[in-house]
Design a protein around this ligand. Structure first.
Ligand SMILES: CCCCC/C=C/C(=O)SCCNC(=O)CCNC(=O)[C@H](O)C(C)(C)COP(=O)(O)OP(=O)(O)OC[C@H]1O[C@@H](n2cnc3c(N)ncnc32)[C@H](O)[C@@H]1OP(=O)(O)O
Length: 363
């Protein structure tokens, strides 16, 4: 569906609901996704108490609904319709569905998510906008991560489609002001940011970034939460927070000084120094750099080999490496998100965003 297409109507939604009844069993994971989108579309954000740990089915349903956070009702309705339409077309050709082979997951508007060879690949898919991250993209990445944490893949990859990895937060996100004004916008954005980064902190399987081109802002900061970062030699790494009147997020105020030392971290996070892939590798933010001409081939060959390693062993090793940091990371994330909530209301930030939107300035 195109990004500018109108949202699904109530009629589309009702027709999708009756279509669901005619589908063959899509499996528990999809049923949970449908349940959550239905509840979000009809009742809004999860508003019931969390069921007890032994109430397994209701807890799974509650978790799925709650994971949608503040996803707007209209978006949930559209996602529901898209998901059902994807399921209908795949069930039309269900005899061809193979258990492991290239399973493209539908229902996403801003991503292409596939599962193949033990690897779930989440590809940001707004190449014309340099994969700038809209509110919808944040929500969809969270959904895709939640699904990947439970699917049968061994490792999960985040990458971008086109010439950019991602240009970071979509600056037009700030133009959609709700009835509660800019304060409400800042508050909702801070909640979304915190939930988004929490998903990376808590992700249980090895997480790999395949950085196919330049990366900006939040797409760079969260790299400190990945196990491995492979970069094309065309990639650059840039966090222009001060230029935007903003402050670091993605736990970078904690992870970057640990990874590269406080002096190098300050140059990036305070002064917005852009690193080449080779520099980012020398600073320890990037694991390995590959020539752009052979990047995809070399990286995917390597990842396919890694994905054949015993998945439980990899998961346990990741948890041993990360678990003692988790509490700290959640605290850092909370602090960074609330600092940004204030920053977004500052004149410095508003002027910088206006400059971008009116094209007076480029980074
Ligand atoms: C709610 C959670 C918030 C989390 C906090 C996150 C913070 C951050 O991520 S801060 C970083 C924000 N990102 C930026 O400031 C980058 C802004 N973009 C640029 O400076 C440039 O677009 C560029 C350097 C990334 C690419 O320049 P260029 O090669 O010249 O390409 P264009 O500028 O023509 O871009 C093509 C097309 O894409 C649109 N676009 C690109 N990036 C963004 C963006 N971040 N937000 C919104 N739109 C973006 C650009 O406007 C062009 O659109 P059209 O003019 O319609 O073709």
């Amino acid at each position: 569906m195109s990004e500018t297409a109108m949202g699904a109507s109530q009629k589309d939604f009702e027709s999708a609901m009756s279509q669901v009844k005619r589908l063959k069993d899509p499996g528990n994971e999809v049923k949970l996704k449908l349940y959550a989108l239905y509840k979000q579309a009809t009742e809004g954000p999860c508003n019931t108490p969390k069921p007890g740990v032994f109430d397994l089915i209701n807890k799974a349903k509650w978790d799925a609904w709650n994971a949608l956070g503040s996803l707007p009702k209209e978006t949930a309705r559209q996602n529901y319709v898209d998901l059902v339409s994807g399921l209908s077309s795949s069930s039309d050709s269900s005899s061809q569905v193979k258990p492991e082979a290239d399973r493209k997951q539908s229902g996403y508007e801003t991503l292409v998510v596939t599962s193949e060879d033990g690897i779930t690949k989440i590809m940001m898919n707004r190449p014309a906008k340099k994969n700038a991250m809209t509110m919808r993209m944040y929500e969809e990445i969270m959904l895709a991560l939640k699904a990947a944490s439970k699917d049968d893949s061994a490792i999960t990859v985040l990458t971008g489609n086109g010439d950019y990895y991602s240009s970071g937060n979509d600056l037009t996100n700030f133009t959609d002001i709700p009835s509660g004004g800019v304060e409400e916008k800042a508050k909702n954005s801070a909640i979304l940011l915190r939930d988004f980064v929490d998903c990376f902190i808590d992700f249980p399987k090895p997480l790999i970034a395949v950085v196919n081109g330049p990366a900006v802002g939040i797409s760079v900061t969260i790299l400190g939460l990945f196990e491995v970062v492979y970069a094309s030699d065309r990639a650059t790494f840039h966090t222009p927070f001060s230029h935007l009147g903003q402050s670091p997020e993605g736990c970078s105020s904690y992870t970057f000084p640990k990874i590269m030392g406080p002096a190098k971290a300050a140059e990036m996070l305070i002064f917005g120094k852009k690193l080449t892939a080779a520099e980012a590798c020398a600073q320890g933010l990037v694991t390995e750099v590959f020539p752009d001409s052979t990047f995809q081939k070399e990286v995917w060959t390597r990842l396919k080999a890694y994905s054949k390693l015993p998945p439980n062993a990899m998961r346990i090793s990741k948890q041993m490496i990360r678990n003692r940091e988790k509490e700290k990371l959640h605290a850092v994330n909370a602090e960074e998100s609330s600092t940004l909530q204030e920053r977004w209301l500052s004149d410095e930030c508003m002027n910088a965003i206006m400059n971008f939107l009116t094209r007076k300035a480029k980074l």
